[in-house]
Design a binder for this molecule. Sequence first.
Ligand SMILES: *[C@@H]1O[C@H](CO)[C@@H](O)[C@H](O)[C@H]1NC(C)=O
Ligand SMILES: *[C@@H]1O[C@H](CO)[C@@H](O)[C@H](O)[C@H]1NC(C)=O
Length: 393
Amino acid sequence: ALPGVGVFGTGITAKLMIHLLKTSGFRIEALWGRTEDEAKELASLLDIPFSTCSIDDVLLNQNVDLVCINCPPFLHSQIAVKTLGIGKNVLCERPAGLDQDDTTRMLKAALYYPSLMSLMTYHLRFLPTFMEMKQQVGDGNIGELLVVEVRVHSGVSLNINYNWSHDSKMGGGVLTNLGGHFVDIVNFVSGQRAVKVHGFVTTFQKQTAKVSGFREVTSDDFCTFQMKMDQGACCTCVLNNNIPGKFSYEVLFIGTSACLIVKDGVLLRQSRVSGNSAAVQEIITKDCQDTPEGLETIFPSEVLAQIPVPLCQGTSEFINSLKSSFQVQNDRRNWNKTILDRAATFEDALYVQTVLESIRRSSQTSDWEKVAHIEQKPMNKDTLLQSINSVSS
Ligand SMILES: *[C@@H]1O[C@H](CO)[C@@H](O)[C@H](O)[C@H]1NC(C)=O
Ligand SMILES: *[C@@H]1O[C@H](CO)[C@@H](O)[C@H](O)[C@H]1NC(C)=O
């Protein structure tokens, strides 16, 4: 049976999540907003039976079995930990809190309640192109992995009043909000994790039409970083939000014998042998590139035009899997873990958070920074808890 869902947040990602869940047949039972009015307004627009500005009223609502956290990042950790404590399943939008301490608390709660769902919305993992890329890299089809290149261009400039999203300390910026997805996908595809990083993070557009005068945008709109990975590969990444137009991205995995490229939803393969002949690229697979249906009914066209379609598609694919993981169960809180085994966990979230923090630190020191890892394998609860404690102490 499908669980009843409680959603935290009234912003774009919350609306998107609600729409996609509803389309897929989930019931949204409760909505939380910063103010009573904000929650009420969106609830009536999206036909949600209960709305509130009290966190507990959603968590304790008897019809809510699954909680989606899409509110401002400073609340993510607190709500995730509380949800698990109450015995309900949780899906958390990126970032997993404001810093490593926030994420560590979430991970501890997740490890304490291992039978509950605790997943992050790093949904690029659910796109067919990245799944196939992972398979091919894992099967050794490109030889030994040498270099990964990531380029992400966007021009998001929502004309909104001053918000957490304008503030780097409150979870705003391209590094956190887009970079996190790609740090995760590089780890997902390669199976390698960063051990050292070097980064440069800055803000070019400090004012907007609605944020001007004494207030400034501090969240980054440009970032570049390098990662040295634990099995020898290098990765370099550029995130640039100063390019008006459609969201676009390219991820290259270059191995000793071939390279794989995911470019705007298309996976290509190019051989590296026979140096002089013109490079032939062969298309291996494509993602669906359509904007999910019905979004035009909840977003004005200028907002819709700025929503990255690949992230929506990833979320749609994730929700399909989420649905099948609940469908054949006899209880609304039971789910089949195997079906969601490629989803990002809070452990993945802590890895991403740690890398992002190291990149920011490097941008300040202008030096390579070590990524202080928690031990991952074996994924045994006690060793993991032990190593979290040693890192956070
Ligand atoms: C910014 O804040 C306003 C008012 O609190 C809210 O309605 C809006 O959804 C927020 N925007 C984002 C991107 O969170
Ligand atoms: C869970 O899903 C997998 C993959 O679809 C299936 O093989 C398995 O039998 C399912 N397990 C349960 C307990 O339903």
